[in-house]
Design a binder for this molecule. Structure first.
Ligand SMILES: O=C(O)C1=C[C@@H](OP(=O)(O)O)[C@@H](O)[C@H](O)C1
Ligand SMILES: C=C(OP(=O)(O)O)C(=O)O
Length: 422
């Protein structure tokens, strides 16, 4: 166990196929949905297979601040007991850089009777939430965010309103999920309708619908961009959370890069999360396609981009504009860090990322200290580069704790030597 993690870790290329059994942690997306829905349900819900990480810990802490009992009977379970409503917290909710927790709670706290401040860290204060706040205001909810980003102050009156709410989800599908999950607490039926045509990865809305239905909601998709939600509230239930598909992309990446074999205990087509689609692309390595549309598997793009650096042909990533408003500007971050490995390897072209592949990269790459920008996915994806290239050092390895606290233990467990450095 690498604890505490040093300021930096240098990865020693194993020069052999990595083989083993690794269960990815529980899904961040589904855990944070289930925690919220359990908190909005009257009674006790048992969540198993859950992720315990920074993002889910922040969500659980915020729910506790609002009177919900969240127990942790073991390393992968939460037991949530609620009266079916959130109560006014005594201070602001601090949600770090957890996009799901911040967006989902911004809508859900509109059902609190009283004022709630939703805030996050420095990076979260740069991630747009204006469209969601505008949508809440159109439902008659008093919500303000002077900068268009957190903090948001919401003065709820105990209900979520009724009628039709329109949302531009071009920057984040999480706005839609947030409105949908709060909608069963309305005093009448609520129609949620998309205004723009873009919505990031639609698969996340499907995850939301599935979780809502599991907790007893009645929600109907009227067309590609309209959903009708009945004011049923939620019922407590026992809920099993599947493993995290975005975390799985690193395991599939390890297999592809080292020619190894990792038993994840779950088949790629058994996942319901959008990033599972990356497996079919990774399986083509080193002959990945020249153009990869990342729009429906956004969190997998850093993984795919690091693999692309050793592909047989250059790869252009398209459909990824909203990677600029994730934990960091991931288009810029990936290009910058690829260029540390070999100048010219990553280029931003508008909102596309072009990776100039080099199948002989190992012979030409430079030792590089990879800046991770407090972004777990930059750290985890560039660690894959270190399996093939000499002298890759990942700065601030602890940032993987956002969604995958055991990431480095997992690599060490597969036999990868990690050298602590400063
Ligand atoms: O709904 C979700 O669980 C998520 C939606 C995606 O974000 P956007 O909708 O902001 O693109 C994804 O990047 C994030 O990691 C999780
Ligand atoms: C974008 C991500 O997270 P979030 O939006 O939930 O902060 C992610 O996990 O890659």
């Amino acid at each position: 166990m690498l604890s505490p993690l040093p300021p930096a870790l240098t990865i020693v290329p194993p020069n052999r196929p990595l083989v083993g059994r690794v269960s990815p942690p529980g899904s961040k997306s589904i855990t944070n949905r289930a925690l919220l829905l359990a908190a909005l349900a009257d009674g006790t819900s048992r969540l198993t297979g859950a992720l315990k990480s920074k993002d889910t810990t922040l969500m659980a802490a915020a729910l506790r601040q609002m009177g919900v009992t969240v127990d942790e009977p073991d390393a992968t379970s939460f037991t949530v007991t609620s009266i079916g409503r959130l109560q006014q917290p005594s201070g602001p909710l601090f949600l770090g850089n957890a996009g799901t927790a911040t967006r989902f709670l911004t809508a859900a706290v509109a059902t609190v009777d009283g004022a709630v401040i939703v805030d996050g860290d420095e990076e979260m204060r740069l991630r747009p939430i204006g469209p969601l706040v505008t949508a809440l205001r159109s439902l008659g909810i008093d919500a303000i965010c002077p900068t268009g980003c957190p903090p948001v102050t919401i003065h709820g009156n105990g209900s979520f309103g009724s009628g039709r709410v329109e949302i531009d989800a071009g920057l984040s599908s999480q706005y839609v999920s947030a409105l949908l999950m709060a909608a069963p607490l309305g005093h009448g039926a609520i129609t949620v309708a998309l205004t723009g045509k873009d919505i990031g990865a639609r698969g996340y809305v499907d995850l939301t619908l599935a979780a809502m239905r599991a907790f007893g909601a009645e929600v109907e998709q009227l067309d590609a961009g309209t959903w009708l939600v009945q004011p049923t509230g939620y019922s407590a239930t026992d809920f099993r959370i599947e493993p995290d598909a975005s975390a799985a992309t690193y395991l599939w990446g390890i297999e592809a890069l080292t020619g190894g074999r990792i038993d994840l205990g779950v088949a790629a087509d058994a996942f319901t999360q959008p990033d599972a689609a990356a497996q079919a692309v990774i399986a083509q390595f080193p002959n990945m396609p020249a153009i990869i549309d990342g729009s429906q598997m956004q969190d997998a793009v850093p993984t795919l981009a690091v693999l692309a650096a050793s592909n047989n042909r250059p790869v252009r990533f398209v459909g990824i504009a909203n990677l600029r408003v994730k934990e960091t500007d991931r288009i810029r971050a990936v290009a910058n860090e690829l260029n540390r490995i070999l100048p010219g390897l990553g280029t931003e072209e508008g909102d596309d990322l072009v990776v100039a592949a080099d199948p002989n990269l190992a012979a030409r790459s430079r030792p590089a200290r990879i800046e991770t920008y407090h972004d777990h996915r930059i750290a985890m994806s560039f660690a894959l580069a270190g399996l093939k290239l000499s002298g890759i050092t990942i700065l601030d390895p602890a940032c993987t704790g956002k969604t995958y606290p055991e990431y480095w233990d997992m690599l060490a467990g597969l036999g990868v030597e990690l050298q602590p450095t400063t």
